[in-house]
Design a protein around this ligand. Structure first.
Ligand code: PMT
Length: 219
């Protein structure tokens, strides 16, 4: 039987949208496919899965409890409220910054104005807060989306956010990362690493859950 059978697995997926005014927002290219594939694979292993999803156009895998959110602040609230869990997998592409003020009306162009400055403030780090929570999951797994120096940046996040494992992927190139059906992950932990893929996201998700199960069994 799978080590995840009966365990509570909490997954975040998709982008966040940070509103500028009632019609505009700052978003990113995440489709949610990677996180939804992980949720589906975990359900198939008998886990109880809660999926906190940003704005995506995907149907909910059967058996998954889905909580829809829009912004980084809403995702933070939903994830922290969904604890305790045995495993947290932070697949979402959460905005690092959000507008300090959301305009109540559509921003208008002012004659003679050629530039617009938006003041952004840092969002709360969901992954780090889950790892530091009183009800810390037994295994906290992050993702890292990098365009270069993938392993170096991912190892930095592994240490800074005090998490157990990080799955790093290249973004900004065709065939992996955002929006693609396929992915390649370099999964890193303190004293090891493993490459998964290139393969479709469901197969890569299965490989990641295998590693999570190994860590849960050996830890
Ligand atoms: O959704 P798809 O189209 O399938 O694409 C999948 C993916 C590319 C989005 C996914 O594989 C991926 O890389 N997800 C992480 C994207 C990201 O935001 O990476 P990051 O390096 O900026 O963040 C590092 C980690 O911190 C992530 O686990 C992120 O969820 C988390 N984070 C970041 C900021 C914040 N305020 N809170 C967080 O929890």
């Amino acid at each position: 039987m799978s080590t995840l059978h009966g365990r509570r697995v909490l997954v975040s997926a998709g982008p966040t949208f940070e509103d500028i005014d009632p019609v505009r927002f700052i978003g990113n290219r995440s489709s949610g496919r990677m996180g939804f594939a992980i949720a589906e694979a975990a359900i198939a292993r008998g886990a109880q899965v809660t999926l906190v999803a940003g704005p995506v156009h995907l149907s909910t895998p059967s058996g998954v409890q889905r909580i829809d959110v829009r912004s980084a602040a809403q995702m933070h609230e939903a994830v922290m409220s969904a604890l305790p869990a045995d495993v947290y997998i932070g697949t979402a592409a959460v905005a690092d910054f959000t507008p300090q003020h959301v305009a109540g009306h559509k921003l208008k162009k002012v004659p003679g104005q050629d530039t617009l400055v938006l003041e952004l403030v840092k969002t709360r780090d969901i992954l780090a807060d889950v790892a530091g929570a009183e009800t810390r999951p037994r295994l906290v797994v992050g993702f890292a989306a990098e365009t270069c120096d993938v392993e170096t940046y991912a190892r930095g996040k592994l240490a800074a956010k005090r998490i157990d494992m990080i799955a790093a992927n290249r973004v900004g190139i065709a065939g992996c990362g955002f929006e693609s059906d396929d992915n390649t992950l370099d999964v890193l932990w303190t004293d090891g690493q493993r490459r998964l893929g290139p393969d479709n996201k469901r197969a890569v998700a299965e490989g990641l859950l295998d590693l999570i199960e190994e860590r849960m069994t050996n830890a």
